[in-house]
Ligand binder design. Structure first.
Ligand SMILES: [Ca+2]
Ligand SMILES: [Ca+2]
Ligand SMILES: [Ca+2]
Ligand SMILES: [Ca+2]
Length: 277
């Protein structure tokens, strides 16, 4: 009988299972809070400033406007995202330079990031009004553990010519490798006014998603230090919902999206020397 319920091992298994939700919170999920401007209040006329923008720890000048406001603002039928919701970010009135920022904590993904194999997909819809060259941009600053910048990716919105002098928003994207050592991202939305009193830089659906390579499978599903027939039994129990001695982050061993008998077969094959599924 293997002593796979020793307190030390149990603690190790527990810490593994506790670690997994953090991993899941960093990779393959939307990291920007309220990137679509849908949470929180809006300005009824687009001019009176909102007093809060949920998810953005700091903002000055930036306003939240509805697509139904009309006038110089993009409307439901203007160029822009299909899934645009009801609200977008605007540069606001009497503000030549408007900005909003939020910090995304990535410490839960440190190990994967430091492998140099984590990639980012950064995108936003950015635009302006008619023939005005007021613009919006979003920068993602990658910070190390001391909060020092070690890299930047910037999405620059279109000037009037690129919009065909039409009011609306265009998609901007950037992708690349997250710099080794990154522990947080500071996201900074900026609108720059060149024309009139109102800052007509507009933005919606700001998105940042990181993807990490999947960790290799581990057939030692009870974490007792050896991969053998016991692990096949433990996998079978896990498929049945009994996870007491199961230490892997996910009972879907073969990663096909379902927890069933094929996972037991997969453990048996890998225990027998086959490569990970
Ligand atoms: Ca929106
Ligand atoms: Ca303007
Ligand atoms: Ca084992
Ligand atoms: Ca499966």
């Amino acid at each position: 009988m293997k002593h796979f319920t020793q307190p030390g091992l149990l603690a190790a298994c527990l810490s593994l299972t506790l670690f997994q939700p953090s991993w899941a919170q960093v990779f393959g999920v939307e990291l920007v809070q309220n990137g679509g401007a849908e949470a929180g209040p809006f300005s009824p006329d687009g001019y009176a400033p909102v007093t809060s923008i949920p998810g953005w720890s700091f903002f000055t000048g930036v306003n939240v406007v509805r697509y139904q406001t009309g006038g110089e603002f993009p409307v439901v039928g203007s160029p822009g995202p299909v899934q645009r919701g009801q609200q977008f970010f605007s540069g606001g009135n009497n503000s030549p330079f408007s900005t909003a920022s939020q910090v995304i904590d990535l410490t839960a993904g440190s190990e994967e990031i430091d492998s140099g194999q984590v990639v980012f997909d950064f995108r936003a819809w950015l635009g302006g009004a008619g023939s005005q060259d007021d613009t919006a941009q979003v920068a993602a600053v990658f910070n190390d553990g001391d909060g020092q910048s070690i890299g930047t990716s910037t999405l620059a919105g279109p000037f009037a010519g690129e919009r065909g002098n039409q009011t609306g928003l265009l998609l901007r994207t950037a992708a690349g490798t997250v710099p080794v050592g990154t522990r947080s991202i500071t996201l900074a939305l900026t609108m720059i006014r060149t024309n009139g009193n109102y800052n007509n830089g507009y933005a919606d659906n700001i998105s940042m998603v990181l993807t990490a390579p999947l960790p290799p499978c581990d057939p030692d599903v009870n974490c007792d230090g050896s991969a053998n027939g016991v692990d096949v039994e433990i996998q079978e129990l896990a498929v049945g919902g009994e996870l007491t001695d199961y230490c892997q982050p996910d009972a879907d061993f073969n990663r096909d999206g379902a927890v069933n008998g094929t996972d037991v077969e997969a453990v048996e094959l890998v225990v027998g020397g086959a490569p990970c599924p």
